[in-house]
Design a protein around this ligand. Structure first.
Ligand code: ADP
Ligand code: MN
Ligand code: MN
Ligand code: MN
Length: 334
């Protein structure tokens, strides 16, 4: 007997959340093609009216569930009752069937105490000392929740997710993990499964995960991003600054279209402070962490062969929608 955890995104706006339920399969091969489609009550997830409530789960990614006996995690796309991609299904709109696009997402988040309604490391009343010592810190004075972060890292690696690193972030109780994949859909799948594992591990500790991009409001505390590092064959092999300039300029007229899928409340985070660019501007620059898109020094040192970093997507953004939009803009350059 195998336990298959079917995971999908609900239809809430502006931020979709993870949902999942368990399917028991006898004699399961462990392969994606042997995961049957399944259905759920879309009227409970803002995805269908009560009178016609069935939505379809179409498995698209599978990995072992490292923390449950004889089990797998199965990421799914949501289809409507006619078998078409549901309007909440961002993955279906990723134009990258040949997996030419590589994405590295840097997922930031806060570990959150549901009782105090504050990050781990914040006293019940008032605030901890100002930002400075927390980033990449060690020691109980400045690093909060490491056992959760470590358990999550091991779970991701055991599941076969391509985590590239973790670090404590600038605010107290704030952390980051990075995931890289060749193929935009795969990168999105892995981010969502990693988010799922983090949420579930948090349950054990009575700690919730706050994905909001500015959970502490307009105080002197950093927000949370999900920088999107991306490349395709053109960017990886260009060897020509002008090729980069043309692609970077293609982002300029579509700022609004990008911001629309870069996560809720991003106006609170993209203020021009705390290593961000203003939500109203568009800029790029080599090594510039105050720009909308940073050209990593690595890319220039390799002679304009490498990748770009869009710093605008926030921690609550859907990596499927972020990737789909970036691909659309990059492919618009002929
Ligand atoms: P920083 O914090 O300095 O912005 P990180 O090391 O946290 O940088 O993240 C850089 C990300 O860039 C990693 O996730 C890495 O996988 C990704 N990356 C590196 N090379 C490429 C590439 N050619 N295409 C897409 N992403 C890449
Ligand atoms: Mn980083
Ligand atoms: Mn970071
Ligand atoms: Mn970054």
């Amino acid at each position: 007997m195998a336990k298959l955890e079917y995971i999908w995104l609900d239809g809430y706006k502006p931020t979709q959340s993870l949902r999942s339920k368990t399917k028991i399969e006898g004699d399961f091969s462990g392969k994606l093609e042997d995961c049957p489609n399944w259905s759920f009550d879309g009227s409970s997830t803002e995805q269908a009216p009560g009178g016609s409530s069935d939505c379809v789960l179409k498995p698209v990614f599978i990995c072992p569930d490292p923390q449950r006996k004889d089990a797998y995690l199965v990421m799914c796309e949501v289809l409507d009752s006619k078998g078409q991609p549901h309007e909440s299904n961002g993955r279906a709109h990723i134009d990258d069937d040949d997996n030419d696009f590589w994405f590295g997402f840097e997922q930031e988040y806060f570990l959150w105490d549901p009782e105090t309604n504050k990050p781990l490391g914040f006293p019940a009343n008032g605030y901890p000392g100002p930002q400075g010592p927390y980033y990449c810190s060690v020691g109980a004075k400045n690093a909060f929740g490491r056992e959760i972060v470590e358990e999550h890292l091991d779970a991701c690696l055991d599941a076969g997710l391509n985590v590239e690193g973790i670090n404590a972030e600038v605010a107290a109780g704030q952390w980051e993990f990075q995931i890289f994949a060749k193929g935009a859909k795969e990168a999105g799948d892995q981010i969502w499964v990693a988010r799922y594992l983090l949420e579930r591990i948090g349950e054990k500790y009575g700690v919730s995960i706050n994905w909001h991009c500015k959970p502490l409001g307009q105080l002197d505390w950093n927000g949370s991003g999900m920088h999107a590092n991306f490349s395709n064959t053109t960017l990886r092999t260009a060897g020509d600054e002008n090729v980069y300039k043309k692609i970077l300029e293609a982002f300029r007229p579509v700022v609004a279209e990008h911001i629309a899928v870069y996560g809720a409340d991003n106006d609170q985070r993209l203020t021009g402070k705390h290593e961000t660019a203003s939500i109203h501007d568009y800029s790029y620059g080599v090594s510039d962490r105050g720009a909308s898109i940073r050209i990593p020094l690595y890319t220039v040192q390799k002679g304009w062969k490498g990748y770009l970093e869009d710093r605008r997507p926030n921690s609550a953004a859907d990596p499927y929608k972020v990737a789909a939009r970036i691909i659309k803009t990059v492919k618009s350059v002929k």
